[in-house]
Design a protein around this ligand. Sequence first.
Ligand code: MGD
Ligand code: MGD
Ligand code: MO
Length: 763
Amino acid sequence: MDDTRHDPAHQDDGTPFDHEPSGGWGSLEGIARITGEAKPSAVAIKILGELNKPGGVMCSSCAWAKPAKPSPFEFCENGAKATLWELDRRRVGADFFKARTLTDLRGWHDHDLESAGRLSEPLRYDPAQDTYVATSWEDAFAGIGQELRAMPPAEQVFYASGHAGLEASYLYALFARAMGHQNLPQSSNMCHETTSVNLKTAIGTPVGTCTLEDFDHCDAIFFFGQNTGTNSPRFLHNIKAAVDRGAKVVVFNPVRERGLIEFADPQSPAQMTVASPTKMSEHYFQVKPGGDIAVLAGMMKCVLTAEDTAPGTILDQAFLDQHTTGMDEAMAAIRAADWAEIEAQSGLSRAMIEQAAQVYLKADKVIGIYGMGLTQHVNGWLNLGMLVNLLLLRGNIGKPGAGISPVRGHSNVQGQRTVGIGEKSSHMPADKLRELFGIEAPTTDGMNAVAACEGLLEGRVKAMISLGGNLLRALPDRERMETAWPKLRLTVHVATKLNRSHLVPGEVSYILPCIGRTDRDVQAGGEQVISMEDTFSHIYGSVGGAKPPSAHLRSELAIVAGMAEAALPSNPALRWRDWTANYDLVRDLIAETFPDDFADFNDRLMQPGGFYRGNPARDRVWKTQSGKAQFTTPTTLSALGAAPQGDTGMTLITLRSNDQFNTTIYGFSDRLRGLEGSRMVLMMNRGEIARLDLQEGQTVAVETQCDDGIDRRVEGLSVTAYDLPPGCVAGYYPELNPLVPLGYHEKNSGTPAYKGTPVRIIA
Ligand SMILES: Nc1nc2c(c(=O)[nH]1)N[C@H]1C(S)=C(S)[C@@H](COP(=O)(O)OP(=O)(O)OC[C@H]3O[C@@H](n4cnc5c(=O)[nH]c(N)nc54)[C@H](O)[C@@H]3O)O[C@H]1N2
Ligand SMILES: Nc1nc2c(c(=O)[nH]1)N[C@H]1C(S)=C(S)[C@@H](COP(=O)(O)OP(=O)(O)OC[C@H]3O[C@@H](n4cnc5c(=O)[nH]c(N)nc54)[C@H](O)[C@@H]3O)O[C@H]1N2
Ligand SMILES: [Mo]
C-alpha cells in the first residue's frame, strides 16, 4: 500500500497509530463502564444477545442491515455502547434540577449532561428559578396545545432526529400537516439530504440502489468518505467476506481510517479474542477534502481512453443507449479536463488515479459506497453526479452485485422520510390526507433545517418542537443559533437524555421524556412493536425488552398523539387515542397512505431480514424528468464552496470519533485513530505544523475565512500531528460547529458543508 502517499514530504506524518486492527474491541465490561457500571446488567446482556435479530431490538446506533441469518452476536462495539447508554440506571427528574440552574448546567460538558442518566418525568421550565420543575403530562399537553393554537402555522417548526420509529414519525408528519404546515426539518437535512435531492435528479430515487445481497456478488467496492469502522462497523463483516472471495476495495479518504485498512473479526464477543487481521483495501488514496470530483473525472478519462483504444469493449453501450441521457455533454467536459488540474484538486498523482481506474475496468460488478465525505460539501451534487456517471458508463446501476450505496446515519432516518417527514407536499400525498382524514394539505413548501434556522435568526419562527436530537449542537453556526434560540416562544424536547439544546429554553419550554428503543412499550392494547427502515430500504419490527426507567415515561407515539390532540380541533377521523392503544392501526394507515411501499405492512412486519420496499432504479426504471438515468456535466473539479486563502489558510474537516454517536459523547477515546484523552484537538500533518511554525501540543485558535462580517472562532485546540494531506486540518464535531457558516451548504439540498470549511490558524 505504498501508493497511498501522495507527497513524499509527509512520509513522517506522525499519526499516533493504534496498531490494533479494528474489530477486536476489548470487552463488554469495558463498555459498561461508560454508564458507571462495573459490568452489564442481566437485561442488557439479554437485549444485546437479541439485538438486530428477528423479534429483538433493532439497534439505535446506525442504519446498517439486520440480516435474515444473523451471526450469533449481531452487534458491534458502538451498537453495544448505544444500547448500554440507553439502559443507563441513573435518573434525571425534577430532583436533579432542584440544586442546579440552567446557567450552571450550561457549564457542563455534553458528556456529563447525558451521563446524568435517563430523563424520568415530564418537566417544565420555570424562568423564576431558571430551572426545570416537575409537571404532569396533562398540563404539559394542555400548555403546548394552547401555545400552538395561538400561533400561525408558518411560525411552527417540528424537527425530527432519525431515531423515532415509523409509526410515531407518520403521526408527527400528519400532525404538522393537520396544523397547516410542513415545516418538518429532519436530521437528514444535515446529512444525506444531498442524496435525497441529487440522486433523485440523476437516477430518480432518493435512496441507494443496493441491497445487502449485492455485497455477495460484487467484484469491486469503491469507498468515498465513509468511515465504516466507526460508523457502521457491522458492515466490516460484509466487506471482509467480499475481500475473502477476491473482491477489490479501493478507498478515497483524506484520513487513513483503520476499519478500511485492516479488520479482525471478533471471534467471541465474550472474550473478544481476535483472528489475524484481514487487509481490507487494495488501494487507499488520501484524497484532499473536496477532491473527489477530480478523482472521478480522472477515472472516467481512463475509462474513455480504454474505450478509445479498444472500441466496443469497455462501455456498456446497449445500456447507455437505452437507459441514459446527457452522456455526450458530460463526457466532452471530462475529456476536456486537464490532468494537471485533476492532480492539483485531488492531491493524487495521475498514476494513482489510473490504478483505481484499472480496478474499475477489471470488475464486472461495481458498488460505489459513500458517506458524509461526499454529501457535506457545497458541490456535493457534483460529487454524487460524478459517482453516478462513473457507474453508468459500465452499466453498474440496476444489475445484481452493483449499484450506488449511500450509508445512512440514524437507525430510522431513511424511514422517517418514507412516511412523510419532509418539507414538501410530495412527501405525503394530498389526496390521501383528504380521503383518510378530511385534511387539506398545505400547498406551499415548508422549511428544511437551514431554512428553519434562517427563520429563527430573522424572528419568523416562534415554536421549535424536537422529536429527539440535539439541534443546538448539531447545527452549523452554533453561537449565532444559541443567541437566537431563547427568543422562541415555545420549545419542546421529546428526549431520552439531557442535552445542551434543553438548556437553552424558549419562553415556554418542556422536556417530555420518552421510552427508548430498548424499553418495553405497553399500551392499552397490549405490548407494542415499532418499526424502522435501514439503508437498503428494508423494514423491520423492533420489540423492546427492558422495563422502562420510570413509570412516568410515555412512548414517542403517545407523546406525539398527546400534543396533537391538545393542539388540533377535534376531528373523528383523527383517532389519536385509538392509535396510541394499538400501533397496528397506525401501520394500516401507513399502508393506505403509501401503498406501493407498505402493502400488508402488519403481515410483513416481523419478516426475518426485513421486507424490501423496492427501488425503481434497481429495476432500471428511471423516475427522473427525462425518464432515463441522467449524466451530470461537471462545471468544476472541486467540491469546495470556497478555497482557503493565503499561506495560513486550510480546509477544515469535522469528524466523528469512535467514542460518540453524533452529539452524544460516550467518552474521550478515539481508539481507532490512536487519539486519547481530549476532543479539543486540531489534527494536521507534521510538514504543515513545521511550515506554519507551530509546535505539537501548542494551543491554537481557529477562525473561519468568510467575509460575511461575522467572526467565527474556536479557541483552545491542541495541535496534533496526524497523517492528513497538506492544506487541510481536522477536528471533532460538534466542538468545531461554531466555525461552519449557516449559509455554507450544498447547493441543491442545503446540507451544511461540514467537510470543507476554509479556516485560518491563529497561534
Ligand atoms: N458510532 C457512530 N456511528 C454512527 C454515528 C456516530 O456519530 N457514531 N453517526 C451516524 C450518522 S447520523 C451518520 S450520518 C453516519 C456518518 O458516517 P460517515 O458517513 O462515515 O461520516 P463521518 O464520520 O462524518 O465522515 C466520513 C468520512 O469522510 C471523510 N472525508 C472528509 N472529507 C472528505 C472528502 O472531501 N472526500 C472524501 N472522500 N472523504 C472525506 C472523513 O475522513 C471520514 O472518514 O454514521 C452514523 N453512525
Ligand atoms: N460539524 C458537523 N456537524 C454535524 C455533522 C458533522 O459531520 N459535522 N453531522 C450531521 C449529521 S450527519 C447529523 S445526522 C446531525 C445529528 O443531529 P441530531 O439528530 O439532532 O443529534 P443526535 O446527536 O443524534 O441527538 C442526540 C439526542 O437524541 C436524544 N435521543 C436519543 N435516543 C432517542 C430516542 O430514542 N428518542 C428520542 N426522542 N430522543 C432520543 C437524546 O436526548 C440525545 O441527546 O448532526 C449533524 N452535524
Ligand atoms: Mo447523519
